[in-house]
Design a protein around this ligand. Structure first.
Ligand SMILES: [Zn+2]
Length: 149
């Protein structure tokens, strides 16, 4: 038995919508994925990493394109050990200053403090128009992550 989630995480990892905005976005999203098993949102105490699970396909430097997975894994250990960890880091491949949130996740992944998610949405995803309605409700741009467990 495997499950899929469609998650929406604000592009700005620090962004937290108001409770009212979250409820409004939840109602919209629920309407867009009527066959989902469950649609929920959650606020996180600290920034968390939203991992696509079995969909994970590696990570590259967003500046030079190098495969940075081993370096990234070390940074993720630092992140796990210190939740005040600064997401802005200098890459080992080309010494570029980048946010861990903006690396080239081959399959989308994200850092954030808020997530709106649908379990087994039974859809190929929202249309661009639907996504922008949810974004307007929350007051932020979103990144879609498909999680497969
Ligand atoms: Zn690089």
């Amino acid at each position: 038995m495997s499950d899929n989630w469609l998650q929406y995480v604000p592009l700005d990892p620090e962004f937290r919508p108001t409770e009212l905005a979250a409820e409004t976005a939840l109602a919209l999203f629920s309407r867009f994925v009527p066959n989902a098993d469950e649609v929920v949102f959650s606020f996180k105490q600290e920034i968390e990493f939203f991992h696509p699970g079995a969909n994970w396909a590696g990570v590259t430097c967003s500046v030079c394109g190098t495969n940075v997975e081993p370096w990234w894994a070390n940074k993720m250990d630092d992140f796990a050990a210190d939740r005040q960890f600064d997401l802005f880091v200098v890459t080992a491949c080309c010494q570029s200053s980048v946010s861990l949130n903006d690396l080239g996740y081959v399959w989308p992944a994200a850092f954030g403090r808020f997530v709106l998610e649908a379990m087994n949405p039974n859809t190929l995803g929202l249309s661009v128009a639907q996504e922008s309605q949810v974004e307007d409700a929350l007051g932020c741009k979103l990144r879609a992550i498909w999680v497969h467990i």
